[in-house]
Design a protein around this ligand. Structure first.
Ligand code: IPM
Ligand code: MG
Length: 363
């Protein structure tokens, strides 16, 4: 088994290094290979997703990804910007199913900006379609408006579209995931305004006929955004399109205390996956060793579970994270009065130490 490691930019390098340490102390036999991606790859090779990096990701059984994005490259042409690397990987590897669990860890109940009683015990799963929608729809670009309110004016445009098989397969992922949980799916759309999402609603409803044991309800995205902060515990599985899922998953992340806690898995039809924290490269805090490595370490646990079939190792990693939190260690993003403020490496140390002790306990 081979794991491709793509740290990327900004804090990506710092947090992935901690996840690698965790992987190493698990004593499993995996080969790992590291490659440049994002702004770092652009700086070295003139492209955010060099062919060699893409080939490595294709050949590997799983990909551990940090983050991409670097303000130094915000002004270059879009095709060469760091973000194109992750979009390209998702598209080329057909990673259409993005799983973003939002779990409020008990010791962090007070780190949320919402009242503790609203978030304590929160456990929801956002399933975001990841290779379609307005993110990838063609045509797109800039042109002279051929019609509309200002014909002849310069305009920017994108295309929102979803094909039936794209909606069907993500709906199946959602209903099947719900069967492992509380058997409730909320499909989020904008069927009241958009043709694409009326179609989405119709197809999800059709697929639901195959899952009579799962409850389905539909919600408009604006209402869903409101409900997430009003009563987030009403949700079990949320399934939605690429754009709405991008927005709602950041919102859901904050309910758990910090976006620095949220892992994610992006899977293809065969279960091969790319695993990355839900947050970005955070250039404002990069290089200071204060970023929270737990989202990446928890992403590693998802990799062990979903792509490498190492359920027990996944449980151990998650338990070690719990232990570090229970011991009161906090990176600045989750710090609160009465807890101990630590940096990226110290948090990694704590997880590694918890794993090593649990290993010796198990003999
Ligand atoms: C995410 C990010 C990406 C996205 C960016 C970096 C392209 O925000 O994974 O949520 O919009 O999908
Ligand atoms: Mg996002």
């Amino acid at each position: 088994m081979k794991i491709a490691i793509l740290p990327g930019d900004g804090i990506g390098v710092e947090i992935v290094a901690q996840a690698e340490r965790v992987l190493q102390c698990l004593d499993l036999c995996f080969e790992t290979e590291i490659a440049l991606v994002g702004g770092a790859a652009y700086a070295a090779h003139g492209h955010p997703l060099p062919e060699a990096t893409l080939q490595l990701a294709r050949a590997a059984d799983a990909v551990l990804f940090g983050a991409v994005g670097d303000p130094r490259y915000d002004a270059i042409e879009r095709a060469l910007r760091p973000e194109q690397a992750i979009l390209g990987l998702r598209k080329h590897l057909q990673l259409f199913a993005n799983l973003r669990p939002a779990l409020c860890h008990a010791p962090l109940t007070h780190a949320s900006s919402l009242r503790p009683e609203l978030v304590s015990g929160l456990d929801l799963l956002i399933i975001r379609e990841l290779t379609g929608d307005v993110y990838f729809g063609q045509p797109r670009g800039r042109r002279t408006a051929p019609d509309g309110a200002f014909p002849g004016a310069e305009e920017g445009f994108d295309t929102m579209r979803y094909a039936r098989p794209e909606i069907e397969r993500i709906a199946h992922v959602a209903f099947q995931a719900a069967r492992q949980r509380s058997r409730r799916v909320t499909s989020v759309d904008k069927a009241n305004v958009l043709e694409t999402f009326q179609f989405w609603r119709d197809v999800v409803t059709e697929v639901h006929a195959q899952y009579p044991d799962v409850e389905l309800n539909h919600m408009y995205v604006d209402n869903a955004a409101m409900q997430l902060v009003k009563a987030p515990k009403q949700f079990d599985v949320i399934v939605t399109g690429n754009l709405f899922g991008d927005i709602l998953s950041d919102e859901a992340a904050m309910l758990t205390g910090s976006i620095g806690m949220l892992p994610s898995a992006s899977l293809d039809a065969a279960g091969k996956g790319l695993y990355e924290p839900s947050h970005g490269s955070a250039p404002d805090i990069a290089g200071r060793s204060i970023a929270n490595p737990l989202a990446t370490i928890l992403s590693l646990a998802m990799m062990l579970r979903f792509s490498l079939h190492q359920e027990e190792a996944a449980d151990r990693v998650e338990a070690a994270v719990q232990q570090a939190l229970a011991a009161g260690l906090r990176t600045p993003d989750i710090w609160s009065e009465g807890t101990r403020r630590v940096g990226t490496v110290e948090m990694g140390d704590a997880v590694v130490a918890a794993l090593t002790t649990s290993a010796s306990f198990n003999g």
